[in-house]
Ligand binder design. Structure first.
Ligand code: C2E
Ligand code: MG
Ligand code: MG
Ligand code: MG
Length: 289
């Protein structure tokens, strides 16, 4: 009943639609079932070096293969999962799956494997007891050295000293820490003094019109200067055009991800892409500015 009909009488996807449907249908119970029923799966988006297009890592992104709704993107269920607390078991599954996949790539692709997998972690997970022990346990279970894992937290997730302590424990164990969607929250600058972060991910909202909107270029410039002064690495998100990539390289950004390089891919497609990588990197070098 809640599906909306397009002009031709077929169903069309309306942003926010699944949130409404699923909320009505007790998302909590269904998402919990989804985990048990194996309806969640991960795609992996390459994170590339901007100067030659070489894939250095991937970001794991969760999707829900819903029996009636089809593939539901995370924006439609992660916010609700955060509210209900279900993001904790969901996040635990994501972390284990991503670590297991990274271990398989390292074993199967050898030097062609991306060197790390980056996993989004919600604020609720960070404040959960034993989160760092859980992460280290997942790494140990699949035999993945910690340096092959990055975790992405948003500025709003790092709420207190306890969350910082958790990140410090992970950092001390060699897990890489990135601040995701950097620049979109109010607390960014103070956090850089206390949070043991190694990487800033410049939010897509500062990239989308970077070549035409002077204020976006100004923010991107301010962020890279700050990152360089603090010796942090940078990943620019949401790069869709060669002009954006050229501008970001010019400003000094080292890494990026976006549809220009690749959409998020199933693991087999990511592996195939990695094996074809030397040729791709060679092509990218030719149009480096
Ligand atoms: P994010 O962590 O900032 O991830 C980047 C999002 O931007 C992804 O959307 C990705 O598919 C999209 N993207 C990448 N390149 C481009 C581009 O060139 N143009 C545009 N327009 N978009 C691009 P996705 O997969 O829908 O994920 C949305 C958000 O959901 C993520 O944003 C993250 O906050 C959250 N999320 C995804 N997976 C997980 C997870 O396992 N756990 C948690 N807690 N959150 C997750
Ligand atoms: Mg992310
Ligand atoms: Mg992001
Ligand atoms: Mg973002």
């Amino acid at each position: 009943a809640a599906k909306e009909r397009g002009k031709g009488g077929h169903f069309v996807y309306v942003p926010g639609m699944t949130t409404r449907i699923v909320a009505h249908a007790e998302l909590g119970a269904r998402l919990r079932d989804a985990i048990d029923a194996g309806q969640l799966f991960l795609e992996y988006q390459p994170i590339v070096r901007l100067d030659d297009g070489h894939t250095v890592g991937t970001e794991a992104l969760v999707r829900w293969r819903h029996p009636e709704l089809g593939i539901v993107p995370p924006g439609e269920f992660i916010p609700a999962a955060e509210q209900t607390g279900l993001v904790v078991p969901l996040g635990r599954w994501v972390l284990r799956e991503a670590c297991a996949q990274q271990a398989r790539w390292l074993a199967g692709l050898g030097p062609a494997a991306p060197s790390y997998v980056s996993v989004n972690v919600a604020g609720r997970q960070l404040t959960e007891a034993d989160f760092s022990a859980d992460v280290l346990g997942a790494l140990a279970d699949v035999g993945l050295p910690a340096r092959h894992l990055m975790i992405e937290v948003t500025e709003t997730a790092v709420v207190d000293a306890a969350a910082i302590a958790v990140l410090e424990a992970l950092r001390d164990a060699d897990v890489r820490i990135a601040l995701d969607d950097f620049g979109t929250a109010a607390s960014s600058l103070g956090l850089l003094l206390t949070c043991p972060v190694a990487t800033l991910k410049l939010d897509r909202s500062f990239v989308d019109e970077i070549t035409t909107v002077a204020r976006q270029e100004a923010v991107a410039t301010a962020v890279i200067r700050m990152a360089q002064a603090l010796v942090l690495s940078t990943v620019a998100e949401g790069i869709e055009t060669e002009a954006q990539a050229r501008m970001l390289r010019h400003l000094g950004y080292t890494y990026g991800q976006g549809y220009l390089y690749s959409r998020p891919l199933p693991p087999e497609a990511l592996a195939a892409r990695s094996l074809a990588a030397p040729a791709l990197a060679g092509l990218a070098v030719q149009h480096t500015s």
